[in-house]
Design a protein around this ligand. Sequence first.
Ligand code: SF4
Length: 176
Amino acid sequence: MNGQKKSRAKILVSACLVGERVRYDGMALVCKDRILEYWQQEDRVLAFCPEVAAGLAVPRSPAEIIGEGDGTAVLQGLAKVINRDGKEMTEQFVIGARKALEQVMAQSIALAVLKDGSPSCGSSYIYDGSFTGVSEAGKGVTAALFEENGIRVFNEHQMAEAAAYLTRRVRNAARV
Ligand code: SF4
């Protein structure tokens, strides 16, 4: 054990963005961003997939949120998650979100960078529940639970903003 090892603020990142083949189609969607690569070299990244953590298979039938509202409404019991085969998946998506939040709390994660558009990880848009490729503004279930608990969520196109937020967090912590 190296007692000298510095503890660095960590970032939870959607596992598919760092090359894990965990998406519904069995693929990854790697985010090639120098900031993310730098964080990985610094050992700051915790890769996490809420849907796999909830026990869903890879590959799996894609899912979308149906009914009024987004992931926030799912957490309030006002909307549901269904997959393309018509099976309700709400419980699994809520379980995945809670498992992600447990990791954030246990590992003092400073922020999250999540894959936009996903019914779990989306933070600016999701799909509208028609399975026709139509998107709408809204959050996925995990992103909504993070924001409810004060965890800042950025998407893969906001790496510079995420880095600036991390720098502010680290600087403020150093002042305490
Ligand atoms: S749930 Fe999130 S981490 Fe998992 S495949 Fe979908 S977008 Fe990627």
